[in-house]
Design a binder for this molecule. Structure first.
Ligand SMILES: O=c1ccn([C@@H]2O[C@H](COP(=O)(O)O)[C@@H](O)[C@H]2O)c(=O)[nH]1
Length: 267
């Protein structure tokens, strides 16, 4: 899905919600009898009109063995072509291996985007960026507490935090049409800075809901004239008493935020 199409979908749905599909068999309602695919289909049916993206985290499927890969592929097929599908796999290896990670995510699974770790540098990220019409979503400032171990560390030569160096360097590898950044909602105080570094790139923002991130602050400082945000919620929707209601609450907050902070999206 091209950026213009994504922005058009955000505009018409008045939503930049990404629903995380992280099925935990021990938390799926009993009536599904552990049938993960049936649960995923139900969640998708409940949320289709309220979100613009789905993000299955591959860990939850890999843990189910061969059957998990089948479920993931069928889930992606069930979503269809009208949503951006992000394989949250946080890959990255020597170039030759990254090429096969890309092939798995884009060709075997049918995803539109994949999350990638930047640690191994340019040649580890390039094979993902080379895939025409696909998105690479690079970890910049993650939502977990351990993100301060490395990502905030100031770089001796420039005095920039590492996440800034990652973003500025990667912006030379990719463009606003094939590269996004993961920026955690639990780091909302940094969103002004993140937006200054990358004014025109989309950010994938996990960390609201179960991790306690601040959606309002993310929107205030993170929205740009094309929206520029995909905000993810996984457990906060999947295991809510009423998943549709939980998604609708978020969509309404997003609609308000777009009107207040990004009215140009509608022009
Ligand atoms: O910095 C990051 C990067 C990825 N994630 C992933 O997003 C979802 C969040 O799930 P919630 O249940 O909404 O907390 C999950 O798949 C994480 O692995 C992240 O949280 N932070």
């Amino acid at each position: 899905m091209k950026k213009q199409e994504l922005v058009q979908r955000i505009r018409s749905k008045r939503s930049f919600l990404c629903v995380g599909l992280d099925p935990d068999v021990s938390r799926i309602p009993e009536r599904f009898s552990g049938d993960v695919l049936a649960f995923n289909r139900w969640i998708i049916d409940q949320t289709r009109d309220l979100c613009v993206a789905y993000k299955p985290n591959t860990a939850f499927y890999e843990a189910l063995g061969l059957e998990g890969t089948r479920i993931l592929k069928q889930t992606i097929a069930y979503i269809g072509n009208n949503h951006l599908i992000i394989a949250d796999a946080k890959r990255g290896d020597i170039g030759n291996t990254s090429r096969y990670y890309a092939r798995f995510a884009f060709d075997t699974l049918g995803a539109d985007a994949i999350t990638v770790a930047p640690y191994m540098g340019a040649d580890s990220v390039q094979p993902f960026l080379e895939e025409a019409g696909k998105w690479t979503i690079l970890l910049a400032l993650t939502s977990n507490s351990g993100s301060s171990d490395f990502q905030h560390a100031l770089q001796g030569d420039t005095g920039q935090p590492l996440y800034e160096r990652v973003m500025r360097t990667a912006m030379e590898w990719g463009s606003t049409d094939n590269l996004m950044f993961v920026c955690g909602a639990t780091r909302a105080e940094r969103f002004g800075d993140l937006r200054r570094i990358a004014p025109d790139h989309f950010f994938l923002v996990p960390g609201i809901g179960a991790q306690g991130g601040d959606l309002a602050a993310v929107c205030t400082f993170g929205l740009n004239d094309e929206c520029g945000l995909l905000v993810n919620s996984s457990r906060g929707i999947l295991y809510a008493e009423d998943p549709r209601r939980a998604a609708l609450d978020l969509q309404r907050q997003m609609d308000e935020a777009l009107k207040n902070y990004a009215p140009k999206v509608f022009e």
